[in-house]
Design a protein around this ligand. Structure first.
Ligand code: ADP
Ligand code: MG
Length: 255
């Protein structure tokens, strides 16, 4: 029994080749491709669409609160950030190794922006990512614990190669939540990366977690293979406002 070419392509899930077969073969003929070149051309077209679909799906699953890229980040506005270091981190070797990253600093200095942008870079390089806030993470873990299905929630947050936890330290946790967080960090340890943004230095994390012993155990794992970036500076938005204020004064003077 002979199977139609289109049926075989569909069964092999080569949907791009199948859907554009005539056009692609015409193109190959026009360019006088050898059989080997034609096969290469068809496979690369299939891979290009598969990769674009994967990126689209991964960006959706990452649940970023907004779109932010490294290209949009104005490094000159934040001189304490080492542009070269961020460029190096954007290559995502740290994600491949399962290292952690802490982005610390006061509000408005671009921590969430950089976290999303680096998460995006990870997705472009083939990794999965998930964005959550610390409060939402703790609420979900505590809910799971209460309902007796903590394991399901831990599995959800353990799955992506990169887990981004935004705004650690803005609200202190219940001591029981610290234990749940410790379980998550232990599960991911040396397997998946965690990127945490926060406004408090790690020295104050015993207050954040409300338990010095658990905080030490968490930090011990997080800091073992880690990149800690501390941003010192003024809020970008405030700076923008001030700049427009200065411009306003100048305009007024010139009038
Ligand atoms: P944080 O998380 O540190 O409080 P955000 O990342 O939320 O700060 O930054 C606040 C806003 O300012 C965001 O819209 C962000 O895109 C923008 N922003 C902050 N820093 C920069 C920067 N250096 N270049 C461009 N936009 C920035
Ligand atoms: Mg933020």
């Amino acid at each position: 029994m002979s199977i139609e070419l289109e049926d075989m392509l569909t069964r092999l899930r080569l949907t791009t080749i199948c859907g554009r077969l005539e056009t692609l073969l015409d193109e190959a003929t026009r360019q006088d491709m050898t059989l080997r070149e034609t096969l290469h051309f068809l496979c690369s077209e299939e891979l290009i669409t598969k990769n674009a679909q994967r990126i689209k799906m991964s960006l959706k699953m990452a649940k970023f609160p907004c779109d932010r890229t490294l290209e949009q980040f104005d490094f000159s506005a934040q001189p304490t950030i080492d542009h070269k270091q961020i460029n190096d981190l954007s290559l995502c070797r740290w994600v491949a190794h399962g290292d952690s990253m802490l982005l610390l600093g006061p509000p408005g200095v671009g921590k969430t922006h950089l976290a999303i942008a680096l998460g995006r870079e990870a997705i472009l390089r083939g990794y999965s990512a998930l964005f959550t806030t610390a409060t939402s993470l703790m609420t979900t873990l505590a809910g799971g614990h209460r309902r007796g299905n903590l394991d399901k929630e831990l599995a959800y947050y353990s799955k992506p190669k990169l887990l981004i936890i935004d705004e650690m330290g803005y609200l202190p946790f219940e001591p029981s939540a610290a234990h749940l967080f410790f379980q998550l960090v232990s599960r991911r340890y040396e397997k998946g990366s965690i990127l945490i943004t926060g406004n408090r230095p790690v020295g104050e994390w015993d207050q954040v977690f409300g338990d010095g012993v658990v905080a030490t155990a968490i930090l011990d794992r997080l800091l073992h293979h880690s990149h800690v970036i501390t941003i010192k500076g003024e809020s970008y938005r405030l700076k923008e406002k001030k700049r427009s204020g200065i411009l306003q004064t100048k305009v007024n003077k010139e009038q």
